[in-house]
Ligand binder design. Structure first.
Ligand code: ADP
Length: 188
C-alpha cells in the first residue's frame, strides 16, 4: 500500500473532503496547507497575520513562507511513514522544495492524484460552501481569481508529475464515497 501521496486539483474539486477520507483509510496524516494557514489565522499568530492578506485576496502565500511551514510539518514523527499532501505543492518552486525535503529523507512520492472538475461545477460548490461555512475567500470575485491562479500556477505542475509517471487523474464528480473508491483504486 502506497503512503506518500499528493492530491492536486482546483479549488472546489473536493480535495479536503477526500483527503480526510483517504487519510483515515490509509492510516496516514492528511496535511493541508490551507488548513494550517486557517488555524494560524484563527490563532492570530504572526504566520496567520501574514497569510490572511494573501488568502483573502485569493493569492498564494509566498513560497518561502509556505515551504518552511511544510518542511517543518513533514519533519514531525507522524509523517515519517507516509502522508497525504492536500494543497501542496502549488507552484514550481514548491515542487523543487518538496523534492529537496524528500531527497533528504531518502523517500519519494508514489502518486499524484489529480481530482478533476469543470469550472462551473467548482464555482457552484464554492458558492454553496460560502453560504454554509462563511470562509472569507469564498466570494465570487475571489473564487474566480483563485481559479485563474490555479490555472496559471498549479495546473502546469500536472505535466511535471505526468512526465515522472506519477499522475493519476480521477473524476471529482459524483458521490463522495464513490470518488474515494476511485482514488483508492488508482493508488492500489
Ligand atoms: P482551495 O483549494 O479551495 O483554494 P485551500 O484551503 O487549499 O483552498 O487554500 C486556501 C488558501 O490558502 C489559498 O488560496 C492560498 O492563499 C493559501 N494556500 C494554501 N496552500 C498554499 C500553498 N501551497 N502555497 C501558497 N498558498 C497556499
Amino acid at each position: 500500500m502506497s503512503s506518500r501521496i499528493i492530491l492536486i486539483g482546483p479549488p472546489g474539486a473536493g480535495k479536503g473532503t477526500q483527503a480526510a477520507r483517504l487519510a483515515a483509510a490509509l492510516d496516514i496524516p492528511a496535511i493541508s496547507t490551507g488548513d494550517i494557514f486557517r488555524a494560524n489565522v484563527k490563532g492570530e499568530t504572526e504566520l496567520g497575520k501574514l497569510a490572511k492578506r494573501y488568502m483573502d485576496a485569493g493569492e498564494y502565500v509566498p513560497d518561502e513562507v509556505t515551504n518552511s511551514m511544510v518542511a517543518d510539518r513533514l519533519s514531525q514523527d507522524d509523517a515519517v511513514n507516509g502522508f497525504l499532501l492536500d494543497g501542496y505543492p502549488r507552484t514550481a518552486a514548491q515542487v523543487s522544495e518538496l523534492d529537496r525535503i524528500l531527497a533528504e529523507q531518502d523517500v519519494e512520492i508514489e502518486h499524484v492524484v489529480e481530482l478533476t472538475a469543470d469550472t462551473d461545477e467548482v464555482v457552484a460548490r464554492l458558492l454553496a460552501r460560502a453560504q454554509k461555512e462563511g470562509r472569507s475567500d469564498d466570494n465570487e470575485d475571489v473564487i474566480r481569481h483563485r481559479l485563474d491562479v490555479y490555472a496559471e500556477q498549479t495546473q502546469p505542475l500536472t505535466d511535471i508529475y505526468r512526465d515522472r509517471g506519477l499522475l493519476r487523474q480521477v473524476d471529482g464528480l459524483g458521490e463522495v464515497s464513490d470518488i474515494t473508491e476511485r482514488i483508492l483504486d488508482v493508488i492500489r
